[in-house]
Ligand binder design. Structure first.
Ligand code: ADP
Ligand code: MG
Ligand code: ZN
Length: 511
């Protein structure tokens, strides 16, 4: 007998409906799975066979053919187990074929018939809600019920065992419905418990630069000797970025759902991510990929901060690979059968020491490096990322007295207020364009929306000649000046905005 039931595959962070077609006939007993299944899916045969037998159902001794359609989509992972099991039960008359209509089944089976959580159910629910107009029911593992019902607007029910599924399909029991209230969850979780800027003493120049970065979405480089607070400052950036809307939270949550990183009880990501991958990270770990394509660090940092601590230590491959996501706001993963896309709009924060030993230019400690070592180190760190960084700021060693005296450093909340106001202006400015903040402006935008007054133009011209700036550096100065003007709620870019922005290009002078 023939049966057909829907399941769902993942392509990047989108869910794609897959039909599981099952046919039984009287040929030699055999169980074949066709329709471009990856090896991870082929293992479903063993799990489904054991799960059905151990749950007291018949595993038909017949020729079983299961086809996963569409055939041109490569299927990965174990999430089709549940649909395959249901298809076999229907085709062998153990449940009514009609009971599968209008249902989408997703879940992994353990050998004893338990339904185990799978990654990506929230992303699947979001896509199915968009694609399916005719009221479907999404059935997910009980452990995924909370996350899958975050999006709302689609009926989601959770199942714990294959026996439970059968009783449900026979109409004997109902399954628990998901009823996560995303808005309520956001209100509960959105407490902003990032560490606070008030804990960082001194370092006013660096804090000012970080405020500008956050206000305009500019990538930033912090340089300075060890122990001056670079890491401490970077960790506090999410605390001054604008708070997330529910829509933005859901977009980030989709990514964490696909990565299998959501908590069962609080499945919403309500805060901007802060990711600080170690410098030994591989290109796949950083950019995404792998046998079952997983989002990388650049995607997990979407709408938040990607922090590369001591970035000259990262491999050349990784640094080179960051160019594309920085440029496009997404990563493209090319595989034999298809091209996947993961979003990756993040703020890049990089730190580095002034030299390999860290103490070049330190007021109290001596640098041990040779001139050549220093030159090589600088050259390495001047590579692929530098032309994506708008702001460079020094984080110098401080005097003991400065640390002691600073009793009332400003709180993150106070800084964030100014950042939000500057972002408000940008939202207004870019409302008809496909960009969100000053850092995203292209050359054309600069000419149209960033006119300089006469003094500003003169200062920029002088710096251009005396620092022999590149055209790229020139444009970046204007973007940063635009953000500084936004922080002051000024319509026109003035001389002092340009002058401050030029200060943040000190690396152009060094090389
Ligand atoms: N400006 C500062 N205010 C308060 N504590 C600081 C400051 N700078 C450094 N520290 C202390 O020194 C430690 C090391 O700082 P860290 O941020 O790791 O330095 P870096 O990353 O520059 O090497 C911090 O955990 C903090 O306790
Ligand atoms: Mg550090
Ligand atoms: Zn040194």
């Amino acid at each position: 007998m023939f049966s057909k039931v829907a399941s769902c595959a993942l392509a990047g962070i989108e869910g794609v409906r897959v039909w599981v077609e099952t046919d039984l006939d009287g040929g030699l007993p055999n169980f074949s799975l066709v329709g471009l299944p990856a090896p991870s899916v082929k293992e479903a045969r063993e799990r489904v066979r054991a799960a059905l037998r151990n749950s007291g159902f018949d595993f038909p001794v017949m020729r079983i053919t299961v086809n996963l359609a569409p055939a041109d989509l490569r299927k990965e992972g174990s999430a089709f187990d549940l649909a395959i099991a249901a298809g076999i039960l229907a085709s062998s008359g153990q449940i009514p074929v009609d009971s599968l209509k209008g249902k989408v089944l997703v879940g992994e089976l353990s050998l004893d018939g338990e339904v185990k959580p799978v990654p990506g159910t929230m992303a699947m629910a979001a896509s199915l809600k968009e694609q399916e107009k005719d009221g479907i029911v999404l059935i997910v593992p009980r452990g995924n019920l909370a996350e899958a019902s975050l999006v709302g607007g689609i009926v989601v029910q959770g199942v714990a065992t294959i026996q439970e599924l059968v009783s449900f399909l026979k109409g004997e029991i109902d399954l628990p419905h998901g009823n996560t209230n995303a808005e309520k969850l956001l209100a509960e979780l959105n407490k902003n418990d990032h560490p606070d800027f008030s804990e960082v003493k001194g370092q006013y120049a660096a804090k000012r630069a970080l405020e500008i970065s956050a206000a305009g979405g500019h990538n930033i480089l912090l340089s300075g000797p060890p122990g001056t607070g670079k890491t401490m400052l970077a960790r506090r950036i999410p605390s001054i970025l604008p708070s997330l809307t529910l829509q933005e939270c859901l977009e980030i949550t989709k990514i964490y759902s696909v990565a299998g990183l959501l908590k069962e009880d609080t499945p919403l990501i309500a805060q901007r991510p802060f990711r600080s991958p170690h410098h030994t990270a591989t290109a796949a770990g950083m950019l995404g990929g792998g046998r079952i394509p997983q989002p990388g660090e650049v995607t997990l940092a979407h709408m938040g901060v990607l922090f590369l601590d001591e970035f000259p230590e990262y491999s050349r491959d990784v640094l080179e690979g960051l160019r594309q996501p920085l440029e496009d706001g997404c990563v493209t993963i090319t595989r034999a059968e298809m091209t996947l896309r993961f979003p990756s709009r993040f703020m890049l924060v990089a730190s580095r020491n002034p030299c390999p030993c860290g103490y070049y230019g330190h007021p109290r400690k001596e640098c041990q490096c040779t001139e050549q070592q220093i030159r090589r180190y600088r050259l390495k760190s001047s590579g692929p990322l530098m032309d994506r960084i708008d702001i460079h700021v020094e984080v110098p060693a401080m005097e003991y007295s400065e640390l002691q005296d600073d009793q009332h450093a400003e709180s993150s909340a106070a800084i964030r207020k100014r950042v939000e106001k500057a972002r408000q202006l940008q939202r207004q400015r870019f409302r008809h364009l496909n960009i969100t903040c000053n850092a995203d402006m292209t050359n054309r935008h600069l000419q149209e929306i960033c006119p300089l007054n006469k003094d500003a133009r003169m200062i920029l011209g002088r710096a251009f000649d005396s620092l022999s700036l590149s055209m790229r550096a020139h444009d970046r100065i204007i973007k940063v000046a635009r953000t500084i003007a936004d922080l002051e709620q000024e319509t026109f870019i003035q001389a002092h905005h340009i002058a401050e922005a030029i200060q943040y290009r000190s690396f152009d002078r060094h090389y």
